[in-house]
Design a protein around this ligand. Structure first.
Ligand SMILES: NC(=O)c1ccc[n+]([C@@H]2O[C@H](COP(=O)([O-])OP(=O)(O)OC[C@H]3O[C@@H](n4cnc5c(N)ncnc54)[C@H](O)[C@@H]3O)[C@@H](O)[C@H]2O)c1
Ligand SMILES: O=C(O)C(=O)C[C@@H](O)[C@H](O)[C@H](O)COP(=O)(O)O
Ligand SMILES: [Zn+2]
Length: 379
């Protein structure tokens, strides 16, 4: 069933001031409708290749293609299977070849229409085809609207680990139409919510408290949802502008991710067991408990984080991940490929409390292993 693009209502624009790579994030219910003219204006008389997955393409692909064609662009739709498995070498080759076959030129556009998988895959393809095509992010999952569509990290997975092959390539525009989230499954909505909560935990305790009070509203189609998306985008944009290529502060956005990525690798990127946002939820809870164990964080704060995440039915313990996730040794082994590793030493994002996260370099693997042994032994 094809779903029409909803009519426009209230909206907000967050600007990402990155010099010649600056762009806007348009946010709100129905904002895609009015954005099509703006997208077409980026490549007048040119072409747009819409890269999407089978689920999102069936819902919104044709409507977006028709709207862009009406605005004057020649359009092509490139569809890959839904799910993390598409962040792979074979799918990357497929998308690159399809872009070339469609004669997408340097002045044309790649449109990533989908969740974070599509944004990462299409963005990476855009960064390498003809040595760089411009791309527009049209994020359709909560996770993509609050996180992955902003900041220019693109890439695919390797058997060695998450996102190990990729490039920084900023989009030219991000269009986050919150009405598109109406068709997202409750499980995927929850997963995206973990990345929303992350911003509060990094440095905004007031936002975390607001999430605790407003979770129900955020999960529904109303102003709380739009506020959560806009606040998240503002928070991410501020960090990215300070440190575009993760030489320092940007690593804070990786709160929970050293654990999360190890778990995703341990589950073979099998979304039926664990999707990224769920892995992040476990990772956030672990990062806070690890911080408590190291005497950094009050136990009440770690408990509050876990209670909130579990309260919206997100996993918070290693035991919540279905199936075999290996041992403390194999998880630590996976962490050795983390991109934050420096001279072989692990880097973690730890916390002195809710909203007081910091970058901890040189964390000994033995301490992490002992912590994981203890966590795995919990009933
Ligand atoms: N680049 C970054 O900065 C960054 C940030 C966070 C996460 N990520 C990456 O993002 C990926 C996860 O993204 P995700 O959670 O969006 O997963 P996803 O792209 O797999 O989307 C989740 C599922 O929801 C479906 N879907 C998406 N939008 C829909 C809609 N509007 N209606 C119905 N179904 C819809 C998809 O088809 C898919 O089955 C991971 O690979 C993660 O590593 C990247
Ligand atoms: O944008 C960032 O920077 C992030 O860390 C956001 C994360 O939510 C996201 O999952 C990102 O892809 C992880 O980055 P990575 O460099 O660890 O792969
Ligand atoms: Zn993430």
């Amino acid at each position: 069933m094809t779903t029409a693009i909803p009519p426009s209502s209230g909206r907000e624009t967050v600007h990402v001031p990155l010099g010649e790579r600056a762009y806007d994030i348009m946010i709100g219910r129905g904002v895609l409708n009015e954005a099509t003219a703006r997208i077409a204006g980026l490549a007048p008389g040119g072409a747009a290749a819409i890269v999407t997955d089978a689920n999102v393409g069936a819902l919104y692909g044709q409507a977006l293609s028709d709207a862009l064609a009406a605005a004057g662009l020649r359009t092509t739709i490139i569809t890959v299977p839904a799910g993390e498995g598409s962040k792979s070498y074979p799918r990357l080759i497929e998308v690159c070849e399809a872009l070339l076959a469609a004669r997408i030129e340097r002045g044309d556009l790649v449109i990533a229409l989908g969740g974070g998988v599509i944004g990462d895959l299409a963005g990476f393809a855009a960064s390498i085809v003809r040595r760089g095509l411009r791309f527009v992010q049209v994020p359709t999952s909560l996770l993509a609207q609050v996180d992955s569509s902003v900041g220019g990290k693109t890439g695919i997975n390797s058997a060695h680990g998450k996102n190990l092959i990729g490039a920084f390539h900023q989009p030219s525009l991000v269009v986050a139409d919150t009405a598109l989230l109406d068709s997202l499954s409750p499980r995927e909505f929850r997963a995206g919510y973990a990345e929303v909560v992350k911003y509060g935990l990094i440095d905004d305790p007031g936002f975390f408290a607001w999430c605790e009070t407003n979770a129900e509203g955020i999960f529904g189609p109303g102003p709380a949802r739009d506020h959560a998306v806009a606040t998240s985008c503002r928070a991410k944009a501020a960090v990215v502008v300070r440190d575009e290529r993760e030489d320092g502060d940007r690593a804070l956005l990786n709160l929970g991710h050293t654990f999360a990525h190890a778990l995703e690798r341990a589950t073979g990127y099998d979304g039926s067991r664990l999707v990224h946002g769920e892995a992040v939820a476990v990772g956030l809870a672990l990062a806070f408990r690890f911080s408590v164990e190291r005497g950094l964080c009050p136990p009440e704060d770690a408990a509050r984080v876990a209670v909130h995440l579990a309260g919206v039915a997100l996993p918070t313990r290693l035991q919540d991940v279905p199936g075999d996730i290996g041992t403390a040794d194999s998880l630590v082994e996976a962490m050795a490929q983390d991109k934050k590793v420096k001279r072989g030493a692990l880097t973690f994002i730890l916390a002195r409390g809710i909203g007081q996260s910091f970058i901890a370099r040189g964390v000994e693997a033995d301490g992490v292993r002992a912590f994981l042994v203890k966590e795995l032994a919990e009933a």
